[in-house]
Design a protein around this ligand. Sequence first.
Ligand SMILES: Cc1cc2nc3c(=O)[nH]c(=O)nc-3n(C[C@H](O)[C@H](O)[C@H](O)COP(=O)(O)O)c2cc1C
Ligand code: SF4
Length: 388
Amino acid sequence: MGIAFTPFTLGGLRLRNRIVKPATFEGLCPGGLVSDALVEHHREVAAGGAALTTVAYASISPDGRSYATQILVRPGAAPGLTRLADAVHREGAAAALQVGHCGYFANPRVIGGRPLGASRLFNTYGLTFARPAGEEDLARVIADFAAATRIARDAGLDAVELHFGHGYLVSQFLSPYTNRRTDRWGGSLANRARLAVEVLRAARSAVGPDFPILLKVNLRDGFAGGLELDESIEVARWLEAEGATALVLSGGFVSRTPLFMLRGEVPVARMAASQERWHARLGLTLFGRLLVQAYPYTEGFFLEEAKPMRAAVRLPLVLLGGVKSMETVDRALSAGFELVGMGRALLHDPALPRKLARGELVASGCVPCNECIAEMDRGGVRCTRRGG
Ligand SMILES: Cc1cc2nc3c(=O)[nH]c(=O)nc-3n(C[C@H](O)[C@H](O)[C@H](O)COP(=O)(O)O)c2cc1C
Ligand code: SF4
């Protein structure tokens, strides 16, 4: 069975094994506050044997949200976060909070204004133009990331994951596709990476050297004109030097290549049914398969692209993407990745790590149909084939 069920120390945090539940947006926090359903969701993951569960997609500020059901990190959210951390700890696992800012993917109806972006680009979600961030906006964003990290730490979370991938605000600065700036925040790779570096630096200085700060990063955006692997490796070296504890490796850009990070089926019918506006619903039904590019699913689909990153940096790396069997867990760990992430496999069956450890199962039954994606805004994320 290899080292999968041996402990690992991440910064100052001891993990009981090598399996992490990555962020899968829950859609369970109306009012931006932790709900009982969110606590139970993560308690169940913890009881299932994973070492670390990641609470998804919390926003550092009101203007960073694309959903009204995201946690909005502020002092008033702390008691709920403490309750969640306590429930996870009682099951022997650790809890991380993923914090981010959606940038120009923020929903104007949720934030009550124009979304903030790197450059003036059309926001295909909210159907508005992004407002290019000025120096004051960026100073506020950096301070908000640091404040959110401190609030999470003080509330009892064991780690924070800064969202630097998937096309959200920090990723919009990293990507040449969305960053057309000519000031010190755009142009060269060092300039495009400035926001990532400054956010990490501020977060690190807010919590000191030992608190685990993970970064979710793109290996590449997945389309011509986006961030490429050689650039993301260079940026990773800078982030390592700034005190990142670990990188969670992903890829894709929600407006261009949303299925790059998932692979598998395009759940057109369910996505269409969850769209609020009738014309969006009709459009998705008719054109969804053309609009959303599909990618074939293979187990460990980021493994080969992640190997050059493994060779380039020394900090711990979380390999995710189609990790759903004991064989793929072992393959990733023997390739030098310290931890694996299991997203959909644990939505399908949160008890999978325990069952793998006992030899009761060798693989998850996740298909992957990707229908869980559409469930996020239909009352809360869930596997439509759970138990199957
Ligand atoms: C329903 C769902 C919601 C997701 N939400 C998030 C999210 O909020 N933040 C994030 O960084 N990744 C999110 N992801 C991506 C996962 O963290 C992970 O990178 C991806 O599912 C690939 O891992 P897997 O093959 O183990 O599922 C989501 C994935 C799914 C299926
Ligand atoms: S709905 Fe269930 S089976 Fe389908 S991809 Fe999501 S977790 Fe896997």
